[in-house]
Design a protein around this ligand. Sequence first.
Ligand SMILES: *Cc1c(COP(=O)(O)O)cnc(C)c1O
Length: 424
Amino acid sequence: MNERIKSKAAFEEAVQYIPGGVNSPVRALKAVGETPLFVERAEGNKIYDIDGNIFTDYCLSWGVFLLGHSHPSVNAAVTAAIARGTSYGIPSLQETELAKLVRKCFPTMERVRFVNSGTEATMSAIRLARGYTGRNYIVKFEGNYHGHADHLLVSAGSGVARLGGASSAGVPDAFVSQTLVVPYNDTEAVTEIFEKYGNEIAAIILEPVAANMGVVPTLDGFLQFLRDITKKYGSLLIFDEVITGFRLSSGGAQKLYGIEPDLTTVGKIVGGGFPAAAFGGRADIMKMLAPDGPVYQAGTLSGNPVAMSAGIATVTELSKDSFYDELNGRVDVFEKALLKAIEGKGITLKRVGPMFTLFFTNGKIENFQDVQKTDQERFARFFRYMLRNGVYVSPSQFEANFISIKHTDKDLERFVELVSAFNE
Ligand SMILES: *Cc1c(COP(=O)(O)O)cnc(C)c1O
């Protein structure tokens, strides 16, 4: 491993021009007491930094690269698209083609609107849910992340369901006063809040498997419970599948667990490495959207032909027969070995499909409070240890790790060996 001299210099220069030297905060590696490595290129499951180091990547641009970096068919599609111009502001066939593919994978997304980021997708889905129901309150779960739209930047307190306060400066309390925050996996708290506000609740939004507080699966029956209670009160159920969509199965968590939400957001994988995301759902709800209906939503670069082409190539690849069976088969073996490696180490593994988190605790992991009790100092040591050994794991205890089809059995065995030898 080379000293990261060039990366350090690059970071020192970057902070002169870019706040914190980064364009998204977690990239600064503050939580793990490091400075960022600067990437020269990425291919397959490897990232190459500007100091000549090579890392096996388990972050994969935050889950984007299910197919690995620089996948040949995605790159070919993108190159061909660029040759035909990079944005029109006029419809192109690629938009319908990707919408068709998305609906095939997610039959609940009867109509699909493309946007540029997961943040836009959830923000627009919420606006639509409010427009459709004529209600204002939304319910979100503690520790679930839905991008950085004002009214979703609420993490709120512990234990009981209550009105949340903003979790960012610059967000007036009035903006989040219509956001009700409850602990994840807590049916009682949800029941309580519906008994109190039920007829004014437009929607519940959630990550059907949480991945932004580390991987925290829903408990058995929780999703069905949410489906039932939203139906009962005439509220909509929104699955934020920006991470889980196309990752847990071709049809995301909703296919895996057999629950049909009213609206869904997807992002990350669907853009094939470009800024694209989407929201969609029942046709009668989506009809409320401009230009058909009164709920406004728009975007200069939305449905961008290059991003659509990357998405089409990506979804086509992952739609191939046995794609997920093969990948998950390998991850099953990895999970078994990893469970053995962490025995007696004070580490808890949570994994759903090709996505996992090692929590530095012996305690149960069911909600945000549990995650907050983990040993974050020890996680930071683990991150630095893995980095020294050429493995880039997601740089926070509150994030998921991702496995792509380019991770070989050997790569996964190496990961397990390193965990097994970890004693800091
Ligand atoms: C990443 C993510 C978002 C935000 O997407 P951006 O493209 O970063 O705006 C929203 N929801 C979930 C579940 C995510 O993982």
